[in-house]
Design a protein around this ligand. Structure first.
Ligand SMILES: NC(=O)c1ccc[n+]([C@@H]2O[C@H](COP(=O)([O-])OP(=O)(O)OC[C@H]3O[C@@H](n4cnc5c(N)ncnc54)[C@H](OP(=O)(O)O)[C@@H]3O)[C@@H](O)[C@H]2O)c1
Length: 310
């Protein structure tokens, strides 16, 4: 515990950017947990979203960071509509590309550390080979290219940063695959889900904790984080239906059938051993994390309070 918290000892002010998003809200909650507090240090936690700071605009980022003067900035903000990025390329590059660069420049100016979230989509991936943090990126969509540009903007402008690439995020505060399948399986006779894209689901609760551990362990550079295990979206859907106690049939289909604007990687399973070696933390399986989230969803339905934390 002492060692894990070491990186937190000097951090008196934290700014969470994109704090209203699925991950941002989990990060804000994690930051206030007692286990991350340091005796005798009253830490200030500020949470902002697009209404307070537009990361695409350098002047907005400057005003915000000079106002709060954080020692740590955690950037969860992004334009995350993968298909939407294809038809809004300028917006994607502005938010996902220049946004992180704007943050990095200001972090450098005020000597703050930046934690930034990126994606498995920056890679193409080769079936059977876990993607390493230093593998050569090869984005296949506008979203992926814009996220890569964001990473590059950070690396060019700042030394003290952590980039965490994650994949297939699901969580309590936003639209996600698990919630969609959970609902569809109760309303539809059968489901059709693609079985030719493989990767690793990630519970936003676990990713928020991973970020806290990486900061505590003094992480620097790029890490991959997802829950343990590899599956296809089809496997994922089958497990959601099974754990939800439903019997809705799930049929495998190929990605071509969906005809989506943005191309997704066929294989995006990432190696998380760099994260584990740095933090000495175990990572639970996606099935176990899914079980926790489904219990949350179930409790929301029973109490008729969707989107409220337990
Ligand atoms: N979701 C996934 O499956 C997934 C997978 C891999 C990596 N990631 C990465 O993980 C991170 C968190 O994703 P998430 O799913 O939590 O995203 P999210 O729920 O879409 O949240 C992103 C937040 O950023 C805000 N935002 C958008 N444009 C902004 C701007 N110009 N300035 C400031 N804030 C802005 C959004 O506000 P509005 O909602 O008002 O636009 C939203 O509150 C992102 O970097 C994403 O690329 C996500």
């Amino acid at each position: 515990m002492e060692q894990v918290a070491a990186g937190w000892r000097e951090i008196k002010t934290v700014l969470v950017v994109g704090a209203e998003g699925m991950l941002g809200r989990e990060v804000a909650l994690a930051l206030s947990e007692p286990k991350w507090q340091v005796d005798g240090l009253e830490r200030q936690i500020y949470c902002v979203d697009v209404d307070q700071v537009d990361i695409a605009r350098a002047d907005s980022v400057k005003n915000c960071l000079l106002y709060y003067l954080p020692e740590l900035v955690i950037n969860c903000a992004a334009y995350t509509d993968v298909d939407g990025c294809e038809s809004h390329q300028d917006l994607a590059m502005a938010v996902n590309g220049r946004g992180p660069e704007n943050l990095a420049r200001l972090c450098d100016e005020i000597h703050a550390k930046l934690v930034h979230i990126s994606t498995d989509f920056v890679f193409t991936g080769r079936a059977g080979k876990l993607i390493q943090p230093d593998d050569t990126p090869n984005p296949q969509s506008v979203y992926a290219a814009s996220k890569l540009a964001g990473e590059e903007g950070i690396v060019r402008n700042l030394q003290d940063y952590i980039i965490v690439r994650t994949s297939w995020l699901f969580g309590r505060f936003g639209k996600n695959f698990v919630a969609t399948i959970y609902k569809a399986a109760q309303e539809q006779e059968f489901l059709e889900v693609v079985n030719d894209q493989l990767g690793s689901p990630t519970y936003a609760v676990d990713l928020a904790q991973a970020i806290m551990h990486l900061v505590g362990a003094g992480g620097q550079g790029a890490y991959h984080f997802c829950n343990e295990g590899i599956c296809s979206w089809y496997d994922f859907a089958v497990e959601i239906v099974r754990q939800a106690g439903l019997s809705t049939p799930v049929r495998p289909i190929s990605s071509d059938r969906l005809n989506r604007p943005a191309r997704r990687p066929d294989w995006s399973a990432m190696d998380i051993s760099h994260y584990k070696n740095k933090t000495h933390q175990p990572v639970r399986s996606w099935q176990e994390a899914l079980g926790e989230y489904l219990r949350y969803l179930d409790a929301c339905v029973k109490s008729r309070s969707p989107q409220k934390p337990l």
